[in-house]
Design a protein around this ligand. Structure first.
Ligand code: FES
Ligand code: FES
Length: 187
């Protein structure tokens, strides 16, 4: 086998995607983003820049947000991948973040939305009661060209608030529900 052939030979990757055991074959230089879209067939995860600048490709790997365009697919071996397709429940019921993005009008073209939803999910697991500054910081790596961000922040804050977290803090980071019991968080 020549070096070129060895470099391009497909490798089998075994992992879970949205809770389902999944095996796909991929060239070792392909990104997780391309593998998800082309090998697994889940096109909800978007390719914006392909160089780690926009956050459109954000997925969760073992619970942590990752730019899928910066991760090799073969590195997903044995991992638990969550994509936007896994947010809704088994009967199609929307995740609270999805419901509140709709309620708040937080999506326009929607290209950034899958990545922002996944990043927001990770944020609320880590910090169930973020104030506005914390939400803005948490989503700082996710670029939206349409909304101006205000409604996105509102939707995340509303989701935290509904789950028992604080949310809805002002620009100075003062929580509107300071002293409230800690939120349950979202899974
Ligand atoms: S497509 Fe991955 S960060 Fe832009
Ligand atoms: S809704 Fe269009 S890029 Fe965010």
């Amino acid at each position: 086998m020549t070096n070129t052939t060895a470099a391009t030979a497909l490798r089998a990757v075994r992992c879970t995607v949205n809770g389902e055991a999944t095996t796909f074959a991929v060239a070792p230089f392909r990104t997780l983003l391309d593998a998800l879209r082309h090998e697994v067939g889940l096109t909800g995860t978007k390719k914006g820049c392909d160089v780690g600048d926009c956050g459109a490709c954000t997925v969760l790997v073992d619970g942590a947000p990752v730019n899928a365009c910066l991760m090799l697919a073969v590195e997903a071996e044995g991992g638990a991948i969550e994509t936007v397709e896994g947010l809704a429940g088994p009967r199609g019921e929307l995740h609270p973040l999805q419901r509140n993005f709709m309620r708040c009008g937080a999506a326009q073209c929607g290209f950034c939305t899958p990545g922002i939803l996944m990043m927001a999910k990770a944020l609320l697991v880590e910090n169930p009661a973020p104030n506005e500054a914390e939400i803005r910081f948490g989503l700082a790596g996710n670029i939206c060209r349409c909304t101006g961000y205000t409604k996105i922040i509102e939707a995340v804050a509303l989701t935290a608030s509904e789950a028992g977290g604080a949310g809805g803090a002002d620009e100075a980071g003062r929580s509107s529900t300071a002293g409230a019991p800690p939120g349950r968080g979202l899974r």
